[in-house]
Design a protein around this ligand. Structure first.
Ligand code: G6P
Ligand code: MN
Length: 426
């Protein structure tokens, strides 16, 4: 068996290696074909992987590739986890909208559109070069738009991943004072726009409105990932659980003011810490039994992805929250939408569980985000400026045509070299 990892030089790779190790017995004899366009980062990560597999006696081999074709040849699973244009491009996605009074975020809003325009062409190339029966297991953001574009415009099989459901369930367990390992939430909606009205403790449904009535809103500041105070405030109003990205929709103007005040983008913050991070990984790779415990992405990130690959490969019928074709699972969204829902994952792919209607207070919002995503996917595939503008006009963050045009024109110009579908004809 062969698993191709596209973007294996990523800072998230040590977590993926850890994930592979934890399922090594189930993946015995597998080649991990690592690909990245950054040869130096690829080298660090493949040395780390080979050393960790050897130290733990895992029967996994590692190969390194800077060309796509040999990495993909013969792969059964193609795990895509790259950031198109890297952090420099992310900085533009986060800063251009902000200049126009709109939240600058890498996946939500106009920043997400610009990222989709860069990600989708690469994923289409991967889909074209990968074996036709391979599964693309995709982390590259915006994961739902990427999955929608690949599913509708190629014959490839794709599952969109995001581990936010795991992290957000942990955050809610913390807030509600419940043990995370025993809590299961039915997150439903769209990636980074999911909601949970049904939550169980050891399989027994909880009375969420009552729990939220009793919840005290905690003080304390936000981290780049979580804002428990605002989440608690919002959940008490809604009567159900919002995911972390709901903050950008329901506290839009406050977040704009805070991001401006902060002065640096998340891309700049991450970029500042990466040299030390890679140096740490390189040093760790020299040790007999490396333990890169300061890895990016935390514990769940790599394990989550490897669990999905194992669920497909071993026909496990495991319940996982993934991005896949709706087919009626979420009644409030079209059947052919890519939705994020709990699904049973086995050899035939994910089978989404029936979630019913989205809760009324967020139904229209989620439907608007879906309309945006569909337009964004089509814009990214076709290179149509009009479709890209329509996508922005459909997005709930954008309240004026001129704002949409300014962001789009600046964004297209700034990312020009990553957007062959918009500029190759000139
Ligand atoms: C969360 C999201 C991911 C996103 C990541 C960014 O995990 O679910 O989709 O890629 O945050 O994290 P970073 O540390 O790069 O800001
Ligand atoms: Mn995510």
């Amino acid at each position: 068996m062969k698993i191709a990892v596209i973007g294996a030089g990523s800072g998230y790779m040590p977590g993926v290696v850890r994930g592979l190790l934890y399922r090594a017995a189930d993946l015995s004899g597998t080649e991990i074909a690592c690909h990245d366009i950054d040869a130096a980062h690829l080298d660090v990560m493949t040395r780390l992987a080979a050393r960790m597999f050897a130290a733990r006696g895992a029967d996994l081999t590692v190969t390194a590739h800077t060309d796509l074709k040999p990495a993909l040849d013969g792969a059964s699973y193609v795990f895509t986890t790259f950031r198109p244009g890297g952090l420099a491009a992310r900085h533009l996605d986060e800063s251009i909208p902000l200049r126009h009074g709109v939240v600058g975020q890498e996946t939500a809003g106009p920043g997400g559109l610009l990222m989709a325009l860069r990600s989708v062409p690469v994923l289409l190339e991967v889909a074209a070069l990968a074996p036709p029966d391979a599964w693309i297991v995709n982390y590259t953001n915006p994961t739902n738009i990427v999955a929608d574009a690949v599913a509708r415009h190629t014959g490839a099989r794709i599952i969109g991943l995001c581990d936010q459901s795991v992290g957000d369930t942990e955050m809610w367990a913390d807030l509600l004072g419940l043990p995370a390992a025993r809590l299961e939430a039915d997150w439903t909606g769209l990636n980074h726009a999911t909601w949970a009205t049904r939550v169980r403790l050891d399989g027994t449904p909880l009375d969420l409105p009552a729990l939220l009535d009793d919840l005290a809103v905690p003080g304390g500041g936000a981290t780049p990932w979580r804002d428990p105070s605002r989440m608690a405030e919002l959940a008490k109003a809604l009567g159900f659980l919002p995911n972390s990205y709901a903050k950008y929709y329901f506290f839009h103007d406050e977040v704009v003011a805070e991001l401006r005040e902060k002065g640096t983008t998340r891309a700049q913050d991450v970029r500042a810490m990466l040299p030390a991070y890679y140096a740490g990984v390189a040093a760790e790779a020299e040790r007999a039994d490396p333990d890169p415990s300061r890895e990016r992405g935390g514990g769940e990130h790599g394990e989550f992805a490897v669990d999905v690959i194992c669920a497909l490969h071993r026909d496990e019928g495991r319940r996982v929250i993934v991005n896949t074709r709706n087919g009626g699972a979420v009644a409030s969204l079209p059947g052919d939408a890519v939705v994020e829902v709990p699904a049973i994952v086995g050899r035939a792919g994910p089978v989404p569980l029936t979630m019913g209607e989205l809760p009324a207070p967020v139904r229209g919002l989620t439907q608007a985000i879906h309309a945006y995503e569909r337009l964004a996917a089509d814009a990214a595939v076709t290179g149509s400026r009009r479709l890209a503008l329509q996508a922005l006009l459909a997005h709930p963050f954008v309240r004026s045509k001129h704002t949409a045009e300014s962001i789009l024109d600046e964004g297209l110009a700034a990312h020009r070299r990553h957007l062959p579908q918009f500029f190759s004809g000139e």
